[in-house]
Design a protein around this ligand. Structure first.
Ligand code: NAD
Length: 323
């Protein structure tokens, strides 16, 4: 297979590319802008590890000419579309950036796929599309009436675009709703990374709300299993949607305790009120992903967090700031 991975220099993308190389899945090309949402040196370091086995196309998905050119040259069988402006809170500050990358960028990729004959398209969606869903665990069949942040809105739009390109143009699309992914190389803006850095440095951590908000944390290797399962799945005439969650809901208080243990230090807490746009609970029903793409998450938070802390310390020892 000739595969394009967008966002291949990032957290989930670099692990996905590594797995594709290891499994000899075919020729792998990545598109990444190496933007400065977080320290781009981390992304360069991720890509350096691929060696010469991967073709790297540096550019921005919001540039339709650039995207067209990469597809004309690459003629991809499959696209794994992971590049995005991620994060709920910054999307409330700068919605336009999210529209440019997540909506226009996704549109450019689907259009280029249509024009150049790409048959399979895997799209990284998010649990954030469920908004303040009252029913837990969240299932793909739950009606979604309203998203509650620009980020979630762009992911919903991405799913809808995929669906259109499936039934109108015959591209087999799959949307994966990731539930809080963590592990080595994870984005520094995510709680586990921020808390690790601050606890390590003995600085206060901002704790929003009473600590009972809970997330379904998913270890990176489990997510990559789901992505590969989706790549090999032959979807139907509309976009097939799958939840990919670790199936272990962890409260903020328990998360802090797990990080304290892995770091070997107590946290200093700065108590703050709840944030607008934050959802109180995420919890995935993964029965569909288990049945159809063989998804079997197995890493517990107690097993996964120390692997992140180890990577974090390795970056520090190389003088690379995780921020
Ligand atoms: P990441 O920021 O580490 O990776 C995204 C990559 O996309 C980065 O390397 C970035 O440089 C690249 N990128 C961003 N804008 C671009 C543009 N306009 N053109 C080209 N490249 C661009 O994030 P991640 O955590 O690996 O997330 C990967 C995907 O999974 C995203 O679509 C994100 O929305 C989705 N997701 C992640 C999580 C999570 O917990 N990490 C949860 C739900 C969904």
């Amino acid at each position: 297979m000739n595969i394009l991975v967008t966002g291949g220099a990032g957290f989930i993308g670099s692990h996905t590319v590594e797995r594709l190389i290891r499994e000899g899945a075919g020729q792998v090309t990545i598109i990444d802008s190496f933007n400065d949402y977080y320290n781009p040196t981390i992304k360069r370091e991720n890509v350096r590890a691929f060696g010469s086995q991967v073709k790297v196309c540096e550019g921005d998905l919001s540039d339709s000419k650039f995207v067209s050119q990469v597809f004309e040259e690459g003629r991809f069988d499959a696209v794994i579309h992971l590049a995005a402006r991620a994060g709920v809170r910054p999307s409330i500050e700068q919605p336009e950036l999210y529209i440019d990358t997540n909506i226009k960028g996704t549109f450019h990729l689907l259009e280029a796929s249509r024009r150049t004959g790409t048959k399979h398209f895997v799209f990284a969606s998010s649990s954030s599309v469920y908004g303040v869903n009252k029913k837990v665990p969240f299932a793909e069949t739950d009606p979604i009436l309203q998203t509650i942040s620009p980020y979630a809105m762009t992911k919903m739009a991405g799913e809808q675009m995929c669906s259109n390109y499936s039934h109108l143009y015959g591209i087999k699309t799959v949307a994966l709703r990731f539930f809080t992914v963590y592990g080595p190389r994870q984005r520094p803006d995510l709680a586990i990374s921020k808390f690790t850095r601050l606890i390590q440095e003995g600085k206060p951590i901002d704790k929003f709300g009473d600590g009972h908000t809970a997330r379904d944390y998913t270890f990176i290797h489990d997510i990559v299993d789901g992505i590969i399962g989706a790549l090999n799945y032959r979807s139907g005439p509309i976009c097939d949607i799958f939840n990919l969650g670790g199936s272990q809901t962890v409260t903020l208080n328990d998360l802090i305790a797990t990080i304290e243990q892995a770091v070997g230090k107590k946290a200093v807490i700065n108590q703050l009120p709840e944030q607008p746009g934050d959802v109180p609970l995420t919890s995935a029903d993964v029965s569909k992903a288990k049945a159809l793409i063989g998804f079997k998450p197995s890493t517990t938070i107690a097993q996964g967090v120390p692997t992140f802390v180890e990577w974090f310390r390795d970056m520090r020892s190389k003088g690379i700031a995780v921020c």
